[in-house]
Ligand binder design. Structure first.
Ligand code: KG4
Ligand code: ZN
Length: 374
């Protein structure tokens, strides 16, 4: 199969969870992009896999059509097709993947299956040419919490990951416990504006001053204990409700303290990574990257150390197909493509990701800033 010429339009398809999305990207520029969020899940308090898969099936044709008309091009102008192959919900993934396969085969177009979390990383390069290696990256979504260090695209050093719940999952579960709607992240952020962190005290997990980079878990996260601590505190406050101060009145302060605890942990770990690697350029990605408190706290922590934060605009931080098309475009340019035997994999391995060796010293400690922008 021929390779797409560099800069020719690539169609991206995303269907790993509850967003049905298509995009046409050409030379890093978004020509057309449609994201259809499925709100059918709201009343269940979480994504129902079967409903998600059926909705993708119903919507995908129309989403792609709308994308083409936005881009002002047709299928005959495309040079390749990229699709999320995993990780995600298997039924949901299969809908997008089989659609992309059929479309590519019927038109003789090269096909490429991409990793959803690597695509979140590439979302940044749609908006800033400076968002490129070397960098430290924090990817925070509903299913993953990953802290990476990269000297080049495609080769990633895994510094840390969550030991239990992902950051977005913790937001969603705590929101549910506090009686808030799904998805929980934006709800917690909204309610927190009326509250104040510090009125209640929650733990900042795995962030002790005694930790050292030689500990294998120095950059790791854990949100399950924080989630339980929040639930216990909520139960205590519910029991204290006396008709004068109801539990609902305490939710804003509780939500604000929970959000602060998550943000403190994420910012703390990113700053450890910056110091350890000597790399002050930080890329953010995933749905939790929409959180305004996380963005502003991280931006100012980096600024005070001469670093810089790259965070996608809210639309490109959450699940979308432009990031998929962008990554596919990049990987096509390396001569890569998938065969028609490509399959969806709900736990697809992040390509090029290798866990850090805690016995090796970071660059930042020995020689200061080795992260020289190229
Ligand atoms: O990347 P994403 O759209 O889908 C996955 O790949 O999982 O991330 C979804 C997650 C959900 O857990 C959602 O609650 C969270 O991102 N999220 C937020 C915010 N907006 C979305 N978390 C915190 N604050 C937000 N504003
Ligand atoms: Zn995602």
């Amino acid at each position: 199969m021929r390779q797409p010429p560099v800069g020719a339009p690539v169609l991206g398809i995303e269907s790993s969870c509850d967003e049905t999305s298509a995009a046409v990207v050409s030379g890093g520029e978004v020509l057309g992009h449609v994201i259809l969020s499925q709100d059918a899940h709201q009343r269940f308090g979480g994504v129902v896999p079967e409903i998600a898969a059926r909705a993708h099936l119903r919507q995908l044709d129309a989403v792609v059509e709308a994308t083409f008309s936005q881009a002002g091009i047709g299928p005959e102008d495309l040079a390749g097709v990229g699709v999320t192959a995993g990780p995600g919900l298997i039924g949901a993934l299969l809908v997008g993947l089989n659609w992309a396969k059929g479309f590519a085969w019927a038109r003789g177009l090269p096909l490429l299956g991409v990793h959803h979390m690597e695509a979140h990383l590439f979302a940044n390069s749609l908006e800033s040419r400076e968002a490129r290696p070397p960098f430290v990256a924090l990817l925070v979504s509903g299913g993953h919490t990953l802290l990476l260090h990269a000297r080049e695209w495609g080769r990633y050093e895994l510094l840390g990951e969550t030991r239990d719940d992902a950051a977005g999952e913790a937001f969603d579960k705590v929101a549910r416990r506090l009686g808030l709607a799904y998805p929980g992240g934006p709800e917690i952020e909204r309610v927190s504006r009326r509250g104040q962190p510090g009125r209640y005290t929650l733990p900042r997990p795995m962030l002790s001053g005694r930790d050292s980079p030689a500990d294998p878990s120095f950059f790791d996260f854990s949100f399950s204990g924080l989630k339980t601590a929040t639930a216990l505190l909520a139960a205590e406050l519910e029991a204290k409700a006396d008709g004068e101060v109801e539990f609902e009145d305490r939710v804003p302060d509780l939500a604000a303290e929970f959000q602060q605890a998550v943000v403190d942990t994420l910012v703390g770990k990113v700053m450890r990574a910056v110091e350890w690697s000597g790399c002050g350029r930080v890329l953010l990605g995933g749905g939790v990257a929409r959180n305004g408190v996380l963005r502003s706290r991280l931006a100012s922590a980096l600024e005070s150390r001469g670093g810089e934060l790259f965070a996608p605009s809210p639309r490109l931080a959450a699940d979308n197909a432009a990031m998929v098309a962008r990554l596919a475009e990049y990987r096509f340019s390396l001569g890569e493509q998938s065969g028609l035997d490509l399959n969806a994999d709900p736990s697809l391995v992040f390509p090029g990701l290798v866990r850090r060796d805690p016995d090796l010293p970071g660059q930042g400690t020995s020689s200061g800033a080795t992260c020289i922008p190229n």
